[in-house]
Each structure stands twice: as structure tokens, then as C-alpha cells.
Ligand binder design. Structure first.
Ligand code: GRF
Length: 184
């Protein structure tokens, strides 16, 4: 039976779109039960609505703290029947309580070969360091940002003299290929 997945995003949502496209084409045996966000104006939510998917969007500023926001988010995910929670550009740390509640069922994609270059500037940090190979990591989420057991990695060679945003764009393209594979 198809795996019920929920997507968490805060922005553009191209990884969400790539996952949805693979589901529609039959290459990924899953079904998206909810697309949730802490940013009600996220472009990814528009894409989700256009695809006719259920959405949940609440500004985290409406809650007294992270634990309260994550509890409301968790209730929505549980009510939707999410078996796997897929972070796709979700720009917010998840609380310990949330990760306990969904233990082993939260995955993330990061634009670098972890444990190298965690944080929000994975591609730029790789270029600044001068590595010859960068890439992508899909991993289970643990409390420390960009840590946790690796599911899939893909290598993306660095081109000498290439700007960070160009590397970032090539990485982004490969993310769309490997995230659906990791879920499958
Ligand atoms: C991706 O680069 C991903 O690695 C990072 O956030 C970005 C999301 O991109 N975690 P998009 O919103 O899916 O286009």
C-alpha cells in the first residue's frame, strides 16, 4: 500500500513538486496526505493547493514557543495520518518533543555531503572551502541540525571557478532526482 507522507516546507517547494510529480507518474509509491508550513505565504503551499492537496499553514509567531507550535503541527500531521514526514526546505528547527513523537519518521534533504557543511549555506561553504566534490544528503532527522543517519547521498563535482549559486543550482537539480528515490 502507498506510504502516506506529509511534506513540511517554508519556501519555494521545488523538492515537494519533484516528489509529487514522481507520485503522479507512478515512479514513487506514496501519497501526500498533507503539505504543512510555518509560512502561510510560501510558494510551495500554492503549488500544493494547485495540485488539490490538503494544506496546513500557521505562522509560528502565533504560538508562545517552539514546543507549542510543534505540538499543533504534530496534531495536524497525526490527524492527516502521516507515516513519514518529509522536510523539503523547512527552515525551522524541530523540538525534541516533536522528534520523540515521530521518532525515526522524519527525513531531511541537505545540499552538501554531511557531516561536511551543515547549516543554511551548504553550497557556498563548500565553494569557500575549495572542495572538489560536493553533493546532497538525505538523512533521518535528529535534534542537532543536519545530523542523523544517512539514507542516500549523491556526489556533485565542483567546477573550478564556479560561483556558489551556480553550484547550488546544479545541486538543486540533483535533489529532485534523489529525494523521491530516498522516500521510495
Ligand atoms: C533545498 O536546497 C534543500 O536542500 C534545502 O532547502 C532547499 C529547498 O528547496 N533543505 P525547494 O524549496 O524545495 O526548492
Amino acid at each position: 500500500m502507498a506510504l502516506n507522507i506529509a511534506i513540511l516546507l517554508s519556501g519555494f517547494g521545488s523538492n515537494f513538486q519533484a516528489i509529487q510529480d514522481k507520485i503522479e507518474s507512478g515512479a514513487l509509491d506514496a501519497s501526500i496526505c498533507l503539505v504543512a508550513s510555518n509560512k502561510p505565504d510560501a510558494r510551495g503551499l500554492e503549488r500544493a493547493r494547485a495540485a488539490g492537496l490538503a494544506t496546513w499553514a500557521e505562522p509560528h509567531q502565533n504560538y508562545p514557543d517552539r514546543v507549542a507550535f510543534d505540538a499543533a503541527l504534530g496534531d495536524a500531521l497525526e490527524a492527516a495520518g502521516a507515516e513519514l514526514i518529509v522536510l523539503a526546505g523547512y527552515m525551522r528547527l524541530l523540538s525534541k518533543d516533536f522528534l520523540e513523537r515521530f521518532k525515526g519518521r522524519v527525513i531531511n534533504i541537505h545540499p552538501a555531503l554531511l557531516p561536511s557543511f551543515p547549516g543554511v549555506h551548504g553550497a557556498a561553504d563548500a565553494v569557500a572551502y575549495g572542495v572538489k566534490i560536493s553533493g546532497i544528503t538525505v538523512h533521518f532527522v535528529e535534534e542537532i541540525m543536519d545530523s542523523g543517519p544517512v539514507i542516500i547521498q549523491a556526489a556533485v563535482p565542483c567546477i573550478p571557478g564556479e560561483a556558489a549559486d551556480a553550484l547550488q543550482a546544479r545541486i538543486h537539480k540533483q535533489e529532485h532526482r534523489i529525494y523521491p528515490q530516498a522516500i521510495q
